[in-house]
Design a protein around this ligand. Sequence first.
Ligand SMILES: Cc1cc2nc3c(=O)[nH]c(=O)nc-3n(C[C@H](O)[C@H](O)[C@H](O)COP(=O)(O)OP(=O)(O)OC[C@H]3O[C@@H](n4cnc5c(N)ncnc54)[C@H](O)[C@@H]3O)c2cc1C
Length: 280
Amino acid sequence: MRVEENVRLAERTTFGMGGLCRQLLIPETEEELLQAVRANPEARLLAGGSNVIISDEKEFPCVISLLHFNRELTALGEGRFLAGASLRNQPLIKKVNEAGYGGIEYLWTVPGTVGGAIFMNAGTGRDAGKSIGQHVERVRWFDGTEIRELSAAECGFAYRTSVFQERRGVILSAVLRFPEQRREDSERLIRERKERVERLQDHSAKTCGTFCRASDPRVMKLLKIWPGPRRGVYFSRKTHNWLLNDGSGKFAQVRGCIARVRRLHRLLGKTVSLEVELWE
Ligand SMILES: Cc1cc2nc3c(=O)[nH]c(=O)nc-3n(C[C@H](O)[C@H](O)[C@H](O)COP(=O)(O)OP(=O)(O)OC[C@H]3O[C@@H](n4cnc5c(N)ncnc54)[C@H](O)[C@@H]3O)c2cc1C
């Protein structure tokens, strides 16, 4: 197992924020991962780092990277694939498409791993209603003591939600099932997704993607046009519900944004919940 010391977590997240991690454990096999989790039950788990905002005011004694322990994809036949949790979304889609199957091209622009996607039930917006959970047949999951197999129903998938968010443990791999899809259709769907993202998403600074899971569109619109300079941490003027960091942002500013979001929702009597995960 590789071990890196005094790592700046800002460099391991797409939002570009995060304090020092004293020990970053990087298991390169499933066996090493189980050993690392057993020995460090309090350690935080970090995969692609695309859905977390990490405090720059804190030091983290131990973080386990989930990026390397299993990047395998094995075809099981008839559109079923065994995918390691460390595998990135893009190689997953590419290989599934090459085999003549498809259906999750909307994840092409999601900069995370299979494990992170299952944890979040990553997918399209609510209107299109597509998510990786719809392709999950079963998940191999380590609860800290033993490895368990969960059926799709036991995973509790709902909009950007899964049972894994409520329980401590690690997703090791999953059997995913896809319908047949012609190569040219897969290529078209990826192209359309990329064009859509270019048109709608703000990539002018570092980001963690959609900020709130549930929010009032009027409040988020207000934050989009909120006056003041766009420096440090701020809401995008281009993309709805999208927080940016120009690289100089501080966690105190993230807290300020959250307080503003909550205050405005409270004033209107609306509920709000965050989609990004805060490490503080
Ligand atoms: C530019 C951009 C666009 C995005 N677009 C979308 C989108 O279209 N749809 C969407 O749903 N999301 C989107 N996201 C959000 C994010 O990419 C997804 O939620 C992604 O699935 C997170 O995966 P990750 O590997 O980066 O997880 P991380 O951010 O590293 O981790 C997130 C959480 O998952 C946990 N986790 C990760 N892997 C495992 C595992 N193997 N076992 C147990 N827990 C695990 C971590 O501990 C952490 O709690 C976007 C983000 C960005 C920056």
